[in-house]
Each structure stands twice: as C-alpha cells, then as structure tokens.
Design a protein around this ligand. Structure first.
Ligand code: CAA
Length: 261
C-alpha cells in the first residue's frame, strides 16, 4: 500500500498504521482521513491480519486534532462535509471486522481524541495528553466527540471536558475510563504489540463476534443485546476454531493454533 501521509507495516498477524505527518503533529486533513480509511478497509480483507495498531509518528503527538489550517475558512456546508468525512472514517474503524488498538504517544486532542475513541482499546504513553479543546477554537467537536466521549466516561464528565476544553494527563484519562492502559513512554509500542499479539493468538472469528456483540449490543436495550449475543455465540460454533479450541481444552492440550476458519 502506497500512501503520502501514513505508513503501513506488518509484523506477523499485526498491522501497524502510523499517521506520519509529525511536522503538523499528525493533524487530520481530508487526505489523511481518506488514507486511514482506505488502508483500514484494505487490511480488513487480509486473513493474516488479525489485529491493527493505530499510532502517530514522532514522539510528541498521536494526533493533535483535525487540521485547523484546512478548517479555518470552511463554509457551513463544507464544514458539514468535513465532519461527515471524519465521522465516516472513524465509524469504519469502529465497525472494522478486526480489533483496532490506539497507541497514544502524546497529544490526542480534538479529532485525535475522537480517533482514539473510535478504536477498540486505547493504550496510552504516560506522557499522553487528551482532550476535546474545540470550544477554544469557537467550534464544537465534529468527529464524534459529543457522542463517543459521554458513552465512555459518562455525560457529566464529557460535558466538563468538552465545555472547558481541559486537556488531561494519561493518569486522569485512565481514571475516568478514557484510556484502558497507561504504560511508560519508551515501552508504548512494545506494550501495544504485546497486547495485539495476545489477541492475535485467540480465535479471530470469536474476537470479531465479541466486538460485534459489544458494539451493537451496548447501543440497544438489554434484551436485544442479549439476543444478538446469543446469535454471535451460535455463529462461532460454525468454525473449525471452536471445535479445535474445545477439543484442545478437553484433551488438556496447551497452545492451540487457531486458523481463523
Ligand atoms: N491542525 C493543524 N496544525 C496543527 C495542529 C492542528 N490541529 N496542531 C498542531 N499543529 C501544527 C502547528 O501549527 C505547528 O505548525 P508550524 O510548526 O508550521 O507552526 C506544529 O503543528 C507544531 O505545533 P505547536 O508549535 O503548536 O506545538 P506546541 O508544542 O507548542 O503545542 C499543542 C502543541 C498544544 C498540541 C498545540 O499544537 C495545539 O494546541 N494544537 C491544536 C490542538 C487543537 O485545538 N485540536 C483540536 C482541533 S479542532 C478539531 O479537532 C475539530 C474536530 O473535532 C473535528
């Protein structure tokens, strides 16, 4: 895959997508957004990619937001298109049939925080700083911040962060549930890869069905969510991996090699 603003690398079952625009702290312009969406859709097609890590180049930022230079002179019509483009790419990540881990190097602000929230699991460097500072620029969040942040941290905390534009450190983000792990800065990628490798060893279809049941089920009432879970569970019984996983347990075998079939 050839891109201008992102890099895609493969390590066994893991794909690493790096937003590579450090001179602008990896800010998301339309071209970057389109490249992220294109890369992820392609990676979703490969059976030998089981987990994707999304990160930012350089030491300073995951993503410092949507590109303020591109946004500054937008008309309301173009601003809506920009928001819809960003939202569509982030929804692609959320709905991707592979787990996506955000490895948050440094600043994850505005669109960067929104991008991280669209990922399945957020691993942050202890130097990371997160926030939705849009109101300081005279706008509200536009890539899903008003929707995903309250779902992650509750309405009151989301309103506090969005209304004040406060930028919080990694420890605070962990405490409120905005990130899921905080690790020493120098170990960020190693720890994200370790997590990815652990997930990659599990049965891929079972992981996918879990993602689907959690994502869709938590957006509906409990009874519908439970019915969806039962269907997801049932479908895992159509796989060789289910047969192999359960047989290995009963025969007391360790280290099952799941085939993704
Ligand atoms: N868009 C475009 N360029 C950006 C950017 C952004 N979001 N964030 C940083 N940059 C650029 C800077 O303009 C600067 O470029 P130049 O060297 O050409 O001047 C370069 O990145 C380095 O940034 P700073 O010199 O500002 O670095 P710093 O260490 O002094 O500050 C920072 C770092 C606190 C993150 C600061 O850059 C900053 O506040 N950035 C903007 C953060 C922000 O407001 N994000 C939200 C954007 S709005 C949004 O995302 C809307 C939405 O929901 C869709």
């Amino acid at each position: 895959m050839e891109f201008r603003y992102i890099r895609v690398e493969r390590e066994e079952y893991i794909a690493i997508v790096t937003i590579d625009r450090p001179q602008a702290l990896n800010a998301l312009n339309t071209a970057v957004l389109i490249e992220i969406g294109t890369a992820l859709k392609e990676l979703a097609l490969y059976d030998d990619v089981r987990v994707i890590i999304l990160t930012g180049a350089g030491d300073k930022a995951f993503v410092a937001g949507a590109d303020i230079g591109e946004m500054a002179n937008l008309t309301p019509v173009r601003a809506r298109e920009f928001a819809l483009t960003g939202q569509a790419v982030l929804s692609t990540i959320e709905d991707l049939p592979k787990p996506v881990i955000a490895a948050i190097t440094g600043y994850a602000l505005g669109g960067g925080c929104e991008l991280a929230m669209a990922c399945d699991i957020r691993v942050a460097s202890d130097k990371a700083k997160l926030g939705q500072p849009e109101v300081s620029l005279g706008v509200c969040p536009g890539f899903g911040g008003t929707q995903r942040l309250p779902r992650l941290v509750g309405k009151g905390m989301a309103k506090k962060l969005i209304f004040t534009g406060e930028i919080i450190d990694a420890a605070t983000a962990l405490q409120i549930g905005l990130v899921d792990m905080v690790v020493p800065h120098a170990e960020l990628m190693a720890r994200a890869k370790e997590l990815a490798a652990t997930i990659a060893q599990k049965a891929p279809f079972a992981v996918l069905q879990s993602k689907l049941a959690i994502n869709r089920g938590t957006e509906t009432d409990l009874a519908t969510g439970l019915a969806l879970e039962a269907e997801c569970f049932a479908q895992t019984f159509s796989t060789e991996d289910q047969k192999e996983g359960m047989r290995a347990f009963l025969e007391k075998k360790k280290n099952v090699q799941f085939k993704g079939k």
